[in-house]
Design a protein around this ligand. Sequence first.
Ligand code: DC
Length: 224
Amino acid sequence: MSNVIAVDGPSGAGKSSVSKLVGKRLGYLHVDSGALYRIMTWQALARGVDVSDPAAVAAFADKVEIECRPEDGAVVYYVDGEIPGDRIRTPEINANASAVATVKEVRDRITAMLRAMADLGNLVVEGRDIATAVFPDSPARFYLTASAEARARRRRKEEVDKGVANQSEEAVKASLLARDLVDSTRRHAPLRKADGAIEIDSSDMTLEEVVEAVIGALPEGWAK
Ligand code: DC
């Protein structure tokens, strides 16, 4: 059985940067579960599915072919032979991904895909329900959080650096708070800190400090 490090938390808490670095340090594959929800959203919008209609999204859930390949320390997703890249990081996808992620059929499919990845090797998996629903038995479960201001600042910088958007910090904050609300109040696998998960507030911590905190809290023998 592989080791799985589960990292949950709201948008912009630093899950991606932290998980990627932890994976790199330990030689664990990095798994971005949010990207799978984004891919479903992207494909639904591209095919004209009404993403505000859960029945329409449910009917579409098994139509998207996603191939998962371990490459350069991460599980990389291919849709129709292509890596989606920044096409799944636009404000339009940000605004619609939460609605798609409320649909049980979508969650069931992605949960099954994530569990199957444990056959690929040791993993560090980031998301919203990894510690609560996908890998609840993992002994390495973390809840990464930060103030809304810190999260909006980071998310805005990311968008500007990638050239995908240039919104005000206020607009980014409003969009991520709206997403957090949907994510944490939905019926199926809502965002919450798993019982027994280790909570880390990264508002006033450097990336390096958070990485050290995660690695330092792993079970004996996991960080070799
Ligand atoms: O982490 P992210 O911003 O890329 O996530 C995109 C959306 O997917 C967001 O609305 C939360 C949702 N999500 C989820 O419901 N469960 C996960 N394990 C990961 C993401």
